[in-house]
Design a binder for this molecule. Structure first.
Ligand SMILES: *[C@@H]1O[C@H](CO)[C@@H](O)[C@H](O)[C@H]1NC(C)=O
Ligand SMILES: *[C@@H]1O[C@H](CO)[C@@H](O)[C@H](O)[C@H]1NC(C)=O
Ligand SMILES: *[C@@H]1O[C@H](CO)[C@@H](O)[C@H](O)[C@H]1NC(C)=O
Ligand SMILES: *[C@@H]1O[C@H](CO)[C@@H](O)[C@H](O)[C@H]1NC(C)=O
Ligand SMILES: *[C@@H]1O[C@H](CO)[C@@H](O)[C@H](O)[C@H]1NC(C)=O
Ligand SMILES: *[C@@H]1O[C@H](CO)[C@@H](O)[C@H](O)[C@H]1NC(C)=O
Ligand SMILES: *[C@@H]1O[C@H](CO)[C@@H](O)[C@H](O)[C@H]1NC(C)=O
Ligand SMILES: *[C@@H]1O[C@H](CO)[C@@H](O)[C@H](O)[C@H]1NC(C)=O
Ligand SMILES: *[C@@H]1O[C@H](CO)[C@@H](O)[C@H](O)[C@H]1NC(C)=O
Ligand SMILES: *[C@@H]1O[C@H](CO)[C@@H](O)[C@H](O)[C@H]1NC(C)=O
Ligand SMILES: *[C@@H]1O[C@H](CO)[C@@H](O)[C@H](O)[C@H]1NC(C)=O
Ligand SMILES: *[C@@H]1O[C@H](CO)[C@@H](O)[C@H](O)[C@H]1NC(C)=O
Length: 671
């Protein structure tokens, strides 16, 4: 589905500047990992085993001649995905009892070798193996069969069984199929002198771009072995937002809670379209008798077995709320209001006389335990109820909807009060996992902080400090899934520290974990992994479903992209917080100069700010920003300033500001 976009003016400038991109490059363009074209060649021959001879270049490319039992690995430089082709020549002495060569695809540099990464978890790392290719005699162009689509890899290894010559190895990029210029992101983030943050933002953006899939590239089930087939329908429409590039290649509502926001902020209309198609799929499969949203999209074993999840149900509503705010489209919300209402009622039906929701369907992001009045579930439910109530109160004048909204908001407040009575542990300054355990989880506590389950700023501050108890030199190790560092839950934690007004702590965590995800030699250097173990290995979930198969772990997973949203919404500070409503609340930490922007159907949001020390240890703050007409918002500077001027007029705090194309904010002598 395509929606109407305002600000075509802006889009046309953007496309014009693409044409002049060499002359008019932005400093952040160098951090964009997306390929320049939909057909790309490897950047290098990474390594060889056995006898491989190179001739050329001819027509700009090398020709490689491989002897029997030799191996040649190509490096695409970044994570890619799609279909391989190459020109090949065989000798006439064909050995008909063996294929000419086989193709192996790997994401991590540490798994380069004769076998592909696994997309079905097995203990022996031999599920996918390598794709055998038998070529005709003479010279030919080989094209990967369409169902052998490979969603995520950086390295391609050719294992030769016979003499064969190859030329023009090419990857046809499969992801983001409607995006003409893959590098032309409508959103941007920039801060000079803090390269790690800029790299983190762009790795998040690219990760999510690789998660935008063409239709019929889901895993065929039951999965074939050995080998792979990716030809199944992913949802009711495409392009569609999936959890990971390599696998599962499926819609998962928990993942959408983080990646949907990244898709919007970085990729604008194309990101929103993929997010929307994922949500439409979730609506389509909503259970019509219970109102429950599915745990996962149709191309998963979880969907087919009827597995259900209370947390992912709440994540569905939260993702729907986020999408509604990003597009600000009353018709879209109105069309889905009956479904949304059914979804909210599912939660209300789950809340018992205690005011809390007992977790029955404990399927979740992979964590152990669960059950009882689970803290993560009830924090998610609280946010789902209160935010959807807020949407109902603001998107329409319909009094019936307002009455529903008031009821949901009241249920949310009761839940919050009981949550604190039953789950807060004042000895630990944390919430327990449920009423009858001494486990204090990272997920429930990060969600409680992010979604304001706390009753006071003091409590938020204590909780923010307590979360750092899980920190290690690589990142927080989750008590609820031992030996695991989860960039999904840590994405939530990064966002959460901002609500406790702790930007330094949020950026510390970002620098710690995301520098590892970017720079560890295990990674792709361009996309973000779904998880690691406490020691940084890729044996994520080794004992929790992934059968000690490190090659199964996805290295391009949109749920790990929380810092992209944090940098735009919380550091640059221009965030959509309600129905056609924004807030400008920058948080500087040590940053002095920040630019960010994103394109919504309501219009462009952009901000550019600088701070400069003045003589007496204070600083001056200067910002230019743009918000769409038809929106309104407020400004909250986190400092005390002698004077704050908006467009030259003294700004009174708490005042409502109507969106306009250019505003200038000047604050002097801030501390
Ligand atoms: C290989 O076979 C093709 C026909 O299949 C023939 O045209 C070509 O001349 C042969 N090449 C050599 C080197 O024998
Ligand atoms: C492979 O090529 C080598 C070198 O050109 C040649 O000596 C050998 O006979 C060839 N083997 C086959 C099976 O064609
Ligand atoms: C043909 O390939 C098979 C399987 O790899 C091998 O056992 C056999 O020795 C090869 N024959 C020749 C003539 O190279
Ligand atoms: C590829 O071919 C080899 C040799 O013929 C065979 O042993 C292997 O099982 C085949 N692999 C797959 C995945 O079919
Ligand atoms: C390389 O392959 C691509 C994709 O099939 C094709 O478009 C291109 O023309 C080929 N280039 C050369 C030099 O053969
Ligand atoms: C996918 O491929 C499998 C194996 O070739 C085939 O049985 C199935 O019908 C295909 N599915 C679709 C939707 O094309
Ligand atoms: C809907 O939920 C009910 C109750 O859990 C279940 O019996 C039914 O099978 C579900 N329907 C579908 C289509 O999954
Ligand atoms: C949700 O929406 C779909 C259309 O996307 C509709 O077919 C379905 O009946 C609705 N389910 C409920 C529970 O309202
Ligand atoms: C409470 O949480 C713990 C840890 O997640 C879990 O093992 C236990 O089963 C839960 N208790 C109930 C009553 O579900
Ligand atoms: C968070 O909750 C407190 C009371 O529990 C409330 O005063 C405050 O306004 C809430 N903050 C937000 C951002 O909603
Ligand atoms: C980040 O936090 C850790 C643990 O609290 C602390 O040791 C470290 O100094 C902090 N780093 C920075 C750069 O603030
Ligand atoms: C890292 O942790 C994994 C999983 O616990 C383990 O299998 C692996 O041996 C460890 N690696 C090192 C280098 O300690």
């Amino acid at each position: 589905m395509r929606r109407q976009w305002k600000s075509c003016f802006w889009l046309s400038i953007h496309f014009a500047s693409y044409a002049d991109s060499v002359a008019a490059a932005n400093p952040w363009d160098a951090y964009i990992h997306s390929p320049v074209s939909r057909y790309i060649n490897p950047i290098s021959a990474h390594s060889t085993v056995g006898t491989v001879t190179t001739t050329g270049p001819s027509e700009g490319q090398e020709t490689y001649t491989l002897s029997p039992n030799s191996r040649l690995t190509f490096d695409f430089g970044v994570e890619v995905g799609g279909w391989i082709s190459f020109s090949a020549s065989t000798t006439n002495a064909t050995n008909t009892s063996t294929p000419h060569l086989s193709l192996a695809f790997t994401e991590s540099p540490s798994f380069i070798g004769p076998l592909s990464d696994d997309t079905g978890a097995t203990t022996t790392q031999n599920h996918d193996q390598a794709l055998n290719v038998t070529l005709p005699q003479g010279t030919t162009v080989y094209e990967l069969p369409r169902e052998k689509f490979r969603g995520g890899f950086r390295f391609l290894t050719l294992n030769a069984a016979q003499n064969v010559t190859v030329f023009n190895v090419t990857c046809e990029i499969g992801f983001a199929p409607k995006t003409r210029y893959l590098r032309n992101y409508p959103g941007y983030f920039w801060t000079p002198g803090d390269e790690l943050l800029v790299r983190t933002w762009y790795a998040g953006a690219y990760t999510v771009q690789t998660n935008i899939a063409p239709q019929n590239t889901g895993r065929f089930l039951p999965q074939v072995s050995a080998g792979w087939i990716y030809n199944s329908s992913l949802g009711i429409a495409a392009p569609i937002l999936l959890d990971g590039a390599k696998r599962d290649r499926a819609v998962w509502p928990g993942d959408l809670g983080i990646q949907g926001t990244t898709a919007f902020l970085a990729l604008g209309a194309d990101g929103l379209e993929a997010f929307e198609n994922a949500l439409e799929t979730v609506f389509y499969y909503q259970n019509s008798s219970t109102g429950r949203f599915p745990f996962a999209g149709p191309s998963t074993g979880s969907f087919r077995s009827g597995a259900q999840s209370d947390t992912y149900h709440a994540w569905s509503l939260i993702s729907i709320f986020n999408f509604a705010l990003f597009v600000g489209d009353e018709a879209w919300v109105g069309t889905h209001w009956a479904n949304i209402t059914r979804g909210v009622e599912f939660i209300l039906n789950g809340i018992d006389e205690s005011g809390l929701h007992e977790q029955i369907a404990t399927n979740d992001w992979a964590r152990q335990g669960g059950g009882g009045y689970n803290s993560a579930l009830n924090a998610l439910d609280y946010h789902a109820l209160s935010s959807i109530a807020d949407l109902g109160r603001t998107y329409t004048n319909d009094v019936t909807v307002h009455a529903q909204a008031a009821e949901w908001a009241a249920a949310a407040e009761t839940l919050k009060a009981e949550y604190n009575k039953i789950l807060w542990d004042p000895q630990q300054n944390m919430y327990r996992d449920n009423q009858s355990t001494s486990l204090h989880p990272q997920d429930g506590n990060a969600l409680a902080l992010l979604y304001n389950l706390t009753l006071s700023p003091v409590q938020s501050s204590l909780l923010s400090v307590s979360l750092t108890r899980f920190w290690t030199p690589l990142g927080p190790v989750t008590p609820e899934l031992p030996d695991t560092i989860s960039p999904f839950i840590s994405s939530i934690e990064v966002l959460a520290h901002f609500t406790a007004l702790q930007p330094k702590r949020a950026l510390n965590l970002t620098r710690t974990l995301w520098s590892y995800l970017l720079d560890s030699p295990l990674m792709t250097g361009s996309t973000l992994a779904e998880g690691i173990t406490a020691n940084g290995s890729l044996y994520y979930r080794g004992d929790a479903g992934y059968k000690k198969d490190a090659r199964y772990t996805s290295l391009s997973h949109g749920w790990s992209t929380g810092p992209t949203a944090a940098l735009t919404f919380k550091i640059a500070g221009l965030e959509i917080v309600g129905w056609r409503r924004w807030i400008f609340a920058p948080s500087g930490e040590s940053l002095r100069d920040v630019k960010a922007g994103y394109q919504s159907p309501m219009g462009m949001f952009s901000v550019e700010w600088k701070s400069r020390d003045d003589v007496d240890g204070a600083f001056d703050f200067f910002a230019k920003f743009t918000t769409p007409e038809g929106t309104n918002g407020s400004i909250e500077l986190p400092w005390k300033c002698k004077e704050v001027l908006l467009d030259g007029v003294i700004l009174k705090s708490g005042i409502d500001i109507e969106g306009r194309r250019a505003m200038i904010l000047q604050a002097s002598s801030c501390t």
